[in-house]
Design a protein around this ligand. Structure first.
Ligand SMILES: *Cc1c(COP(=O)(O)O)cnc(C)c1O
Length: 407
């Protein structure tokens, strides 16, 4: 019974996916970029395997589509947080190893075991819940998540010796098979932060402690995207990149690392109209036309993932130029100033909010800087009426064209 609601919800990703083009608001995911990025990460990984992290519906890019492409491009495993996310990938026919690492101890672990989903275990209580399920439905494959200093998820150090005893016992009883051990870094995006070395040492010690009680983790892993591209000494058996798979630089101050952003967010102009000097635009008249001008109305607002706090902080690529968005971000719409260039834009034209930057548009990183957040949150925030579709030669079974440039 537990987890049922999650499973039902997980059948529907946050964004509708369609093959119909030219909806009013769209999120385009370039699967060739995903393939390219996984290839880049595989090179950085050297001899280590790549687990592509596709939690949160593939950082809102579509977990199933991204997983298929990542596995075809050099990744050998997938990582998610919940059992429901893992089951959704299994239901889509994905047979590669899948690890899920954030489940309450009353989760339906039986469903994970039956679907051959690897379970990240993080406490004695959690382990007991897994072994209980295993005694009903069969042996569970587990990976220990050990806390080496993030002080968030993972087996706490004071519980670790006892945890290992319990794990060794469950292993002897045939209830669990230990496949791996992993941990997560607190400062990976500051590649030379001293905490990283402390965590590395604690991780190595944790593995030693496990071996000392007869446990033998086969796959040990510590690196997220940032560590994958900056710290080869942390690669161990496998790396676990997420954000870099989607082409977002894990350490923006140090460049792109050859990654290509996969998501473009855009809308089509629904109306173009003149506004006289001195007239205010949109709620509260926060923006007053300094001279006679022309504005374009775009049918996307905060319900679709443009935060209201972006007022006055972003520009839209439209009619061959970056043009300032003006006035408040409303629930359903925003307005762009075309200035003294009224002929450049017609109703139906595409306005690019952010993309990979190649066509002069802003990037998710630009939006993050404008908002005082990180690009992870920007791409995860696109929602509402936005319709997702896929482009690229890699797009399975689709004749999707490459992304066209804005006029
Ligand atoms: C989200 C997550 C990752 C991926 O992190 P990125 O910074 O996106 O590469 C890796 N490991 C764990 C445990 C995570 O929760």
């Amino acid at each position: 019974m537990n987890g049922t609601i999650g499973v039902v919800n997980s059948q529907h990703s946050a964004l509708r996916t369609t093959s119909v083009h030219d909806p009013a608001v769209e999120c385009i995911v370039d699967l060739d970029a995903i393939a390219h990025n996984v290839g880049v990460l595989k090179k950085f990984a050297g001899g280590a395997d790549v687990m592509s992290v596709v939690k949160a519906d593939g950082y809102n890019h579509g977990a199933i589509e991204v997983s298929h492409v990542a596995l075809a491009s050099g990744a050998s495993e997938l990582g998610v947080t919940t059992i429901a996310e893992a089951l959704r990938l299994r239901a889509a026919g994905i047979t590669a190893p899948i690890l899920c690492w954030l489940n309450p101890s009353d989760s339906d672990f039986g469903s994970a075991i039956e679907a051959n989903v690897e379970i990240g275990v993080t406490s004695i209580k959690h382990l007991h819940a897994v072994t209980n399920a295993a005694s009903d439905v069969g042996r569970a494959t587990v990976t220990v998540k050990v806390d080496t200093g993030l002080n968030r998820n993972g087996v706490a150090s004071e519980q670790y010796p006892m945890f290992l005893e319990e794990l060794a016992k469950a292993s002897r009883q045939g209830l669990v098979e230990l496949r791996g051990m992993f941990s997560h870094l607190a400062h990976a995006d500051e590649p030379y932060h001293p905490t990283i070395d402390v965590q590395r040492q604690r991780f190595v010690d944790s593995i030693e402690q496990a071996r000392a009680v007869g446990l033998d983790p086969q796959k040990v892993h510590l690196s997220n995207s940032a560590a994958t591209v900056t710290r080869p000494d942390l690669h161990f058996d496998m790396v676990r990149p997420g954000v870099a798979v989607y082409g977002l630089s894990p350490v923006p101050d140090e460049g792109t690392f050859g990654l290509r952003p996969a998501m473009t967010f855009r809308a089509r102009v629904v109306l173009v109209k003149k506004v006289a000097a001195g007239e205010g635009v949109s709620y509260g008249h926060d923006w007053i036309a300094p001279s006679d001008t022309t504005v374009a109305l775009l049918p996307a607002g905060y319900a679709d993932g443009i935060p209201r706090a972006m007022k006055g902080r972003y520009s839209v690529m439209l009619g061959g130029k970056l043009r300032p968005a003006i006035g408040r971000v409303c629930m359903d719409q925003v307005v762009v100033d075309l200035g003294d260039d009224p002929g450049a834009v017609s109703e139906g034209d595409e306005a690019w909010f952010f993309g990979n930057g190649d066509h002069g548009e802003q990037t998710a990183h630009d939006w993050a800087e404008a908002m005082g957040t990180i690009h992870y949150e920007v791409v995860c925030g696109i929602r509402g009426r936005t319709v997702r579709h896929y482009v690229g030669d890699t797009a399975a079974g689709s004749k999707a064209p490459s992304l066209r440039s804005p006029r």
